[in-house]
Structure formats: C-alpha cells, structure tokens
Design a protein around this ligand. Structure first.
Ligand code: NAP
Length: 281
C-alpha cells in the first residue's frame, strides 16, 4: 500500500505559490491573509501558528485578529479593508454561533476558505468560487496519486459545509460518481466497500476499517482526531486497511499540509485578481 505524501505535495504547491507571491510583491502588492480567531481553543492556536509559519515561507503576510463578540462585523470590516486579500474565520466559534451563518459577512472575492454560503452555491452550479481548502486538498491528493476521477465511484463519508459537501461537489465536477454518507446512513460498510475511492471526513477516530474497503481502494483520510498521548489519528484504521487498500493519506502528513498550502494559494490568487482589477480602473 502506498502512503500518499501530503508534505511532498504541499512543498510543490508552496514553490508555485512563493513564485507568484514574489511576482506580486515586485509590483508593490503584498498578498495578505486575515485570520479571525474567535476563541482561545488550543488546536486553533496551533493551526494558526502553522499557517503563519507556512505563509512566511511563501512571502504571504498574515494578520491575526482576536474577536469573540461581534464576529460578523469584524469579518465585514476585514473584507472591506483593501489591504486584506483573503479573510478566514477559525472554528470552533463561541457557543450558539455557526460559520454557516457568519460566513456571509466575508466578501466572496476574499473568501479564500469558502465559508460564505454563496461560494458553496456557486460551486454547486459550476460557477467560479473559492472552495474550502480542505475539499480542494482531497482533489489535489488524488491527482498527485494519479487517480482517474471521471467515471470513478467515490464515497464521501461526512456532509459538513466545510469538508464533505464541497468535496462531493468538486468530485462531481471531475465527473466522478459520488455517494455522500452521514450519521443516518443505514449500512456504512455496504456503501464504502463498493467504492474505488473513499473520502473519510467524519471526525471519529479510526471508524473505518478493513470491512469498509474494497481491494485496491484509494483512501483520503481527512479526519484529525486527538489521541490521549497528544498525537493525532485519522478516521481510518490504517493498519487494518493496509493489506486491502492501494493507497492512503497518512494522519498527520496527508490532507493537513496540503490544505494549508492551498489556502495560501487561494490568498495569492485573490491578490492577483485584486491587483488586475485595480490596474483596469
Ligand atoms: P463535522 O462538521 O462534525 O461533520 C462530520 C460529518 O460526519 C457529519 O456529516 C456527520 O453526519 C458525519 N458522521 C458522524 N458520525 C458518523 C458515522 N458514525 N457514520 C457516518 N457519518 C458520520 O466535521 P468536519 O468539520 O466536516 O470535519 C471532519 C473531520 O475532518 C474532523 O476530524 C476534522 O478535524 C477534520 N478536518 C481536517 C482538516 C485538515 O486540514 N486536515 C480540515 C478540516 C477538518 P451528520 O451530518 O448526519 O451529523
């Protein structure tokens, strides 16, 4: 079984992003990402630091804003700031708040992690839009592995607005035959074990095992589940599927680094678009 190396895929994307960011900087534009941090959640703080580290490597500037109360107004303000090219809001949000509702405050031109429901709607009808970077990472990793998607049976397990649904839409756009499973799916193993490609985005440690896989399946494991010893495991029991699957993304080192690289690629694309439209004015 092949381990699909997300760190290597991310490094290639980063090189391309850095070249584009440098070209933009030479015209006086500095690609900039605003990150709204709404809680002092530890995992969020870790993820924000990792975005900052990767952004520094590719010449993208990051501005971190902490706001716990008026999150919608803060996102609108950051969107209106011409020096910000991308705006994202970290989750988890404070109790009672949802990014599905607050995402509408992010201008779609700066919605580099696809949080505005309008971006998801545009994806659904095939119009240009930023997709959530994690959903894009699923496609990028399958491409890097050389998986043909047209006509391929793909089962996506999970239907959130940030991962499962947009991943399913992007896979459909690649002409895959897509089935989406969720917590009400009657028999998960019946669905996943007939798939050529399984995309696991559940958030339950090692919920998918040997009985869920067809021989030769390619598996993208999006899940990141903390372990008691401070580590991370995916939604797939990698050791159990090892004799059956053709390839799998490791956790950590699979979807995560590619997601961050693609987020930064989206920021640079947004900065390029802003720079082209200001040149036309
Ligand atoms: P989420 O909003 O909690 O969605 C989980 C989905 O899994 C829901 O659609 C849920 O179904 C479904 N589900 C739950 N239990 C199930 C079961 N027993 N059988 C089948 N489906 C089940 O989570 P998310 O935000 O999409 O994230 C999913 C995972 O990806 C998490 O581990 C998260 O940490 C990880 N993630 C990783 C990255 C990365 O860059 N690596 C980025 C984002 C997320 P219902 O809709 O019916 O409730």
């Amino acid at each position: 079984m092949t381990l699909i190396d997300g760190r290597a895929v991310a490094a290639t994307i980063r090189e391309q992003v850095a070249a584009k960011a440098r070209a933009l900087r030479s015209t006086g534009a500095t690609p900039t990402l605003a990150i709204l941090v709404p809680t002092d959640d530890e995992a969020t703080a870790w993820y924000v630091r990792s975005i900052e580290r990767m952004a520094e490597k590719v010449d993208v500037r990051v501005r971190v804003v902490r706001e716990t109360n008026d999150i919608g107004a803060c996102l609108a303000e950051l969107s209106a700031d011409p020096t910000m090219h991308g705006v994202i809001c970290q989750t988890p949000l404070p109790a009672g708040m949802s990014l599905d509702v607050l995402g509408r405050h992010i201008d779609t031109a700066k919605d580099v992690d696809g949080a505005n429901p309008v971006s998801l709607g545009r994806l659904a009808v095939g119009l240009p839009a930023f997709a959530p970077a994690t959903a894009q990472a699923v496609i990028e990793l399958l491409r890097a592995h050389g998986t043909t998607l047209a006509g391929t049976d793909v089962v996506v397990v999970g239907r959130s607005s940030v991962v499962g649904k947009p991943a399913a839409l992007l896979l459909l756009a690649e002409n895959a035959t897509v089935t989406v499973c969720h917590s009400h799916t009657k028999d998960l193993a019946v669905q996943t074990s007939r798939a050529d490609v399984v995309v696991a985005c559940v958030g339950r440690a090692q919920i998918l095992g040997a009985a869920h896989m067809r021989p030769g399946a390619v598996v993208i494991d999006v899940g990141t589940n903390p372990t008691a010893d401070g580590g991370l495991v995916g939604d797939v029991d990698t050791a159990a599927v090892e004799p059956i699957a053709e390839a799998i993304t490791p956790v950590p080192g699979g979807v995560g680094p590619v997601t961050t690289a693609l987020l930064l690629r989206n920021v640079v694309s947004a900065a390029q678009a802003a720079s082209a439209s200001s040149a036309q004015e």
